[in-house]
Ligand binder design. Structure first.
Ligand SMILES: Cc1cc2nc3c(=O)[nH]c(=O)nc-3n(C[C@H](O)[C@H](O)[C@H](O)COP(=O)(O)OP(=O)(O)OC[C@H]3O[C@@H](n4cnc5c(N)ncnc54)[C@H](O)[C@@H]3O)c2cc1C
Length: 413
């Protein structure tokens, strides 16, 4: 039986960040990381297309928390303790400088996730954290004040454990055995498969739009950039909708209708008024030829054709019904979604340990003392942009500060 003060299960982003900060806070603790694979930090390596989108340049806790469809309320407090600015400072202090891209995503200046991996491996060695590979955890038992952990090849015991195993169903099962409720996993962050004449051959066109999914009494809605793809629609507006609607869309088996306002914030009535004035002021102009409302020309032409008017019709010749159909097509076009596709291989899962059972001041379990969580094992997930790693850093840091009992020699008042 191998003993440690703290055992961290999972050698991913959250596990390493917890271990390094815990060892820095209290160098006397014996800390072991148990990793089932023959390598650690595999997701960090492939993240952000190999560049690792470490965090996001969003520095107001409330605004930051709004990027988490699950975890928004719970992360607000923790973000006041450790958030994006702290992440930047932490990495800088540990030799990894970050840079911000135009859209707010932050990456290592090296443009390589290896910088993060090398930093973590160096720090664990420097701080004498034991990183044990090929240790797939099969059993977790609590006997008196100790946790007994059985892996495929060894037995371990520790007074405190941190579960940082990401979205691993087997570990969730073990956590149920310790009294936890697990919210079932469903995919989040995906693109929509749509076969429709109106967007056929328009792959690559991006425009700002508002998308609605009217589903019974509640309406899911989002706006932002929408990208037409070879298989349907993608872009931030769609991805955000997929994340916020993850559970609803799963219940609809990914078969549902969306309503697209290609003019984002302009209403059907406002469009109709504008079309009427085009009829008065630009009567001789052929409708199809000149794009309006700054819509990409090919998209404009495709939407106009979908209303069924002739290619040569001028604004002056357009009937009241023609104008109404155009306004409707531009602001409330209905598209049938038939399935989903993975976004750039970046898949995120909604689901995990029920947040009601976790104390977010410490990230300790409320149902099993001395059991802590960090990262994606919790029912927390974010939209794309570096927010998922930020959850791992914030959780890992807060756990690390709560693992060792306060040192009496540090005094107090
Ligand atoms: C392709 C891809 C790209 C991504 N890019 C980004 C990005 O750029 N920015 C961003 O913010 N987010 C990104 N994400 C999401 C991000 O990677 C995750 O949110 C993050 O890795 C979660 O960290 P974690 O430590 O909780 O879990 P993980 O990184 O999944 O680590 C969990 C570890 O636990 C180990 N483990 C599991 N079960 C056991 C067991 N039974 N015994 C022992 N060990 C076990 C696993 O092998 C793994 O090493 C990306 C995800 C993917 C899939």
């Amino acid at each position: 039986m191998k003993k440690a003060d703290v055992i961290i299960i999972g050698g991913g982003a959250a596990g390493f960040f917890t271990a390094i900060n815990a060892a820095e806070k209290n160098p006397n603790q014996k800390i072991i990381i148990l990793e089932r694979g023959k390598e650690v930090l595999t997701k960090v390596r492939i993240s952000g297309g190999g560049r690792c989108n470490v965090t996001h340049a969003e520095f107001i806790p409330r605004d930051l928390s709004q990027n988490y469809p699950r975890g928004e309320k719970e992360l607000l407090g923790p973000f006041h303790t450790f958030m994006t600015g702290d992440t930047i400072e932490w990495f800088e202090k540990h030799g990894v400088e970050l840079k911000t891209e135009e859209d707010g995503r932050m990456f290592p200046v090296s443009n390589s996730s290896e910088s993060i991996i090398n930093c973590f491996l160096f720090e664990t060695r420097r701080l004498s954290v034991d990183v044990l590979l090929n240790q797939s955890v099969k059993e977790i038992q609590k006997v008196d004040d100790s946790f007994l952990i059985t892996t495929t090849s060894d037995n371990f015991s520790a007074e405190k454990i941190v579960v940082a195993t990401g979205s691993n169903p087997k570990i969730w099962k073990l956590l149920e055995g310790l009294g936890h409720t697990i919210i079932p996993a469903v995919p989040s962050l995906f693109t929509f498969n749509i076969t429709d004449e109106r967007i056929k051959d328009l792959a690559g066109i991006a425009t700002n739009a508002r998308i609605k999914i009217p589903k019974g009494r509640d309406v899911l809605e989002n706006n932002g950039s929408l990208l037409i793809t070879h298989w349907g629609m993608s872009g931030p507006a769609i991805l955000k909708l997929s994340a916020w609607g993850a559970r609803t869309l799963e219940s609809l088996k990914y078969q549902f209708e969306i309503e697209v306002n290609w003019l984002e914030n302009i209403s059907e009535e406002e469009v109709l008024d504008e079309l009427k004035s085009l009829k008065v002021n630009f009567g001789k102009q052929t409708i199809l030829k000149h794009s309006q409302f700054e819509l990409p020309k090919r998209l404009w032409q495709s939407l106009i054709k979908a209303t069924g008017i002739s290619d040569t019709l001028t604004w002056a010749e357009a009937t009241r019904e023609n104008l109404q159909n155009i306004a409707n097509q531009l602001t409330a076009g209905i598209f049938q979604v038939d399935g989903k596709s993975t976004f750039k291989e970046e898949f995120v899962t909604a689901g995990g340990v029920d947040l009601k059972e976790v104390n977010f001041k410490t990230f300790e379990s409320k149902v099993c003392e001395n059991l802590y969580f960090a990262g994606e094992v919790l029912n927390i997930d974010a939209i794309t942009g570096g927010f998922n790693f930020q959850n791992a850093w914030t959780g890992g840091f807060i756990v690390s500060q709560n693992l060792s009992s306060p040192d009496p020699s540090q005094g107090g008042d």
